[in-house]
Each structure stands twice: as structure tokens, then as C-alpha cells.
Design a binder for this molecule. Structure first.
Ligand SMILES: *Cc1c(COP(=O)(O)O)cnc(C)c1O
Length: 412
């Protein structure tokens, strides 16, 4: 009869490092009667959509100010926020926009949405962010903008990106959907470039189920964004005066009220995530085959929407990351693998083949035959742990490290 040893992996029938029925991870979202009161306040006011002086205006002001930006224009979600940003900058048919290949589809689909052409560049293996070294090679006479994504909540290298953009006269749109509270050299992200976008979708570090905002320091860009969100009206203009193309991308008062209360929790939650992430880095750093992102002193706040590390199969008996993820989940650590290279998503394959019904102006890019080596590698070996795990007591991070090292010892 086989005797179960302490080291038997949970996936093989051993007991897990963490029994999540007894010791659950923190729930997300976090709320109490503050949120209830805020929602009831809107309900009972009867003003359920954005009016001057209402929740929406206050939220725009509070979020912009927290993020070191002069202006905020709220909108329905983070995907729309990207489209609003592109339109506010006048980017459209045939223009090329440089985006990293490792991001959520919206970063690039929003570019298609305005009729422009997404041009994918590779990422840096130690940061998972757009590699500035690849940008210049991707620039053509048609390039209008760069969209750095602060992936996982880690600010992209804004020094390099802004200096390239300034030299080549390109606009910079930060996709900060994962980067609430993140800061680069002491300034919060979002208005470091020309305009920045955020998402308040349910999984994000600041959430109202759905929602989005654009931030900028330039009034003319904020006004242009406002027009796009408000079906082409002019800010402070007449109700039936529609000057540009826009749609109805407004955020509701219920969402704004909820976001204001959630925003008041963000600084403390960010602090907790940071402390836990540093503790987790510490206890993972000694484990063979775990490659942690590089530290960077210019990042003065990492939002840790995700805690990521790269899995080196060679230290785990050559087993693929998919097996590792199953084994880790069985030990009581929820985890996932994340994106595929965006140029291989059906959307871009079909677009390249001109099978979709989008705008076909501009350069035709052979997306399915692109191959960006770092992105390919990261998609094949990256492990994601979501932000809510980091809201636990930092001492509980040792459960994660114990699980990883137990698997490593069993397989090596
Ligand atoms: C979530 C996300 C978006 C889109 O936001 P939604 O609110 O879900 O539309 C865009 N970019 C990135 C990087 C994201 O993570």
C-alpha cells in the first residue's frame, strides 16, 4: 500500500498546501454599507444620469486629481475609453498606431474601431511591457500614436517612450486599465502622455462592474473627449448642437457614486497589495525555475493588478506550464496563464484576410504571419496571480511559495 507522504502533491491526491474551504482567499469586490448608502443616495435623488454637480462630475474631478491629471472624462468602459482617446486625438482611417502584442484585445481592437491600423511590437522579457527598442523600427510615415500598456499594473518605460514620441512627433495614449494608483517617478500614470485610459470593469483594482475614464492635462483634448462621449455635442454648448462624430458613451450616476466610495478604499488597498507582493517576491525568489519581473526604482508605485512570474520548465522536470497551473490550483492557489500573442487572435487573422467588415484603409499587415519572439515566449510560460490574493495578510504569501516549491521539488 502506498503511503501518502507529506510531499505528495494535491493533484496526485495529497492534501493541499492551503485548503481554501477552511482558509479562503479574500473576496473581490470589497464593500459595506458605505456603498449601499451611496447607491441609495442616487436612487432617492431621482437624478440617475450625469448632471452638473452630480456624482459623475465629482468622480471625474476626484479620480483625475488622485491621478495627478488636470481633466477626467468618464465613459462606459475601458474599451470605449481607448476609442474615445483615439478619436479625441483625431486618429482615424489609415493612421497607424503602435501597440504591444501582449495585452488585452481592446488595446488593439479600439484602433481597428476608429479605422486605424494596429502595429504590434514586442515586449521586454523582464517587465512584460512594450519594449521601447522595437518602437522606432515599427514607425512609418503613417504612424500617429503609441499606446503603451501598463501591464499587470506595472508602469511601462515612460522615459524612453515619451522621448521617442517627442522626437518623432507621435501622440502617446497610456492604456492604464490595469494601473489604478500606479506611479512612474512619483507621478501617477494616465496623464504622462497626451491622454490615458482606465477601466472600472469587475476584475480591475477599482471597479463598478463596468466603467471607464480618460485623463489628460490638456483642456482641448478633454473637451474633444467629452464631445465623443456625448454624441458630438460641444461642452457648454446647446443640447442640439452636434459638431463631431461621437456616440453615447456616458457613465451612469449609480456607477459614479459606487466608484467614489471604491476610490476612497484604493490607497489602502494599493498599500496592502504592495506589501503582500514584496513579501511574495521575497519568498519566491529562492525557488529554482521562478523568474520574477526585474525591479525598477523609477516605478514608485506598482498597482499589482496581477502578480506575474515566468515559469522555467527546465527546473520543473520539463513539464509544460499548463500542468504546473493545474498542480498549483490543486494546492489551493488560484492562477492562470493569460494572453496569446494578439496578432494570432481570430480578429486579426480575419482582418488580415479582409474577412471582417472594418475599414480597410491604410497598410495591410500580415498579422497571422507575425512572430514576436519575446511575446511568444511569455505567452508560453507566464503565470498570473490576481490582485485579490494580495489583499490577504502578507504572511499568507508563504502558502503560495510553499505550493510552488513543493511542486518544484516533486518534479525536478
Ligand atoms: C480591461 C482592459 C481593457 C478594457 O476595459 P473594459 O472596461 O473591460 O472594456 C483595456 N485594456 C486593458 C489592458 C485591460 O486590461
Amino acid at each position: 500500500m502506498a503511503i501518502a507522504t507529506k510531499e505528495q502533491l494535491a493533484i496526485e491526491g495529497g492534501s493541499p498546501v492551503r485548503d481554501t474551504r477552511v482558509k479562503p482567499w479574500p473576496c473581490w469586490p470589497i464593500y459595506d454599507d458605505t456603498e449601499e448608502k451611496a447607491l441609495l443616495r442616487v436612487l432617492r435623488s431621482g437624478a440617475w444620469w450625469s448632471v452638473p454637480g452630480g456624482e459623475g462630475k465629482e468622480f471625474e474631478r476626484e479620480f483625475a486629481s488622485y491621478h495627478d491629471a488636470d481633466f477626467g472624462v468618464a465613459c462606459s468602459n475601458g474599451t470605449v475609453a481607448l476609442e474615445v482617446a483615439l478619436r479625441a486625438l483625431g486618429i482615424g482611417c489609415g493612421d497607424e498606431v503602435i501597440v504591444p502584442a501582449y495585452t488585452f484585445v481592446a488595446t488593439a481592437s479600439a484602433v481597428l474601431g476608429v479605422g486605424a491600423v494596429p502595429v504590434f511590437v514586442d515586449i521586454d522579457p523582464d517587465t512584460l511591457n512594450m519594449d521601447p527598442a522595437g518602437i522606432e523600427a515599427a514607425v512609418t510615415a503613417m504612424t500617429a500614436a503609441i499606446i503603451p500598456v501598463h501591464i499587470a499594473g506595472r508602469p511601462a518605460d515612460m522615459d524612453s517612450i515619451l522621448s521617442i514620441a517627442r522626437r518623432l512627433k507621435l501622440a502617446v495614449i497610456e492604456d492604464a486599465a490595469q494601473a489604478h494608483a500606479a506611479a512612474w517617478r512619483g507621478t501617477r500614470v494616465g496623464a504622462l502622455g497626451d491622454i490615458g485610459t482606465f477601466s472600472f470593469q469587475a476584475s480591475k483594482n477599482l471597479n463598478a462592474g463596468e466603467g471607464g475614464i480618460v485623463l489628460t492635462n490638456r483642456m482641448e483634448i478633454a473637451d474633444a473627449a467629452w464631445s465623443v462621449v456625448n454624441i458630438g455635442r460641444v461642452r457648454n454648448g446647446a443640447w442640439y448642437d452636434h459638431q463631431v462624430y461621437g456616440s453615447n458613451f456616458r457613465l451612469t450616476e449609480f456607477q459614479s457614486a459606487l466608484l467614489r466610495t471604491q476610490l476612497s478604499r484604493l490607497p489602502e488597498q494599493t498599500q496592502r497589495r504592495t506589501t503582500a507582493a514584496l513579501a511574495l517576491r521575497d519568498c519566491l525568489s529562492g525557488i529554482d525555475g521562478v523568474r520574477l519581473p526585474a525591479a525598477d526604482a523609477r516605478i514608485t508605485c506598482h498597482a499589482y493588478h496581477l502578480f506575474t512570474f515566468r515559469y522555467e520548465a527546465s527546473a520543473f522536470g520539463g513539464r509544460p506550464v499548463s500542468e504546473f497551473l493545474s498542480a498549483l490550483a490543486a494546492e489551493g492557489v488560484p492562477c492562470s496563464d493569460g494572453y496569446i500573442p494578439l496578432y494570432r487572435e481570430g480578429l486579426f487573422v480575419r482582418h488580415a484576410a479582409r474577412q471582417d467588415k472594418g475599414c480597410h484603409a491604410g497598410r495591410q499587415i500580415d498579422y497571422p504571419n507575425q512572430y514576436l519572439p519575446v511575446c511568444e515566449q511569455v505567452c508560453a510560460d507566464c503565470v498570473w496571480l490576481e490582485q485579490s490574493l494580495l489583499l490577504s495578510d502578507p504572511r499568507e504569501m508563504s502558502d503560495i511559495a510553499t505550493a510552488v516549491s513543493r511542486i518544484q521539488r516533486a518534479w525536478s
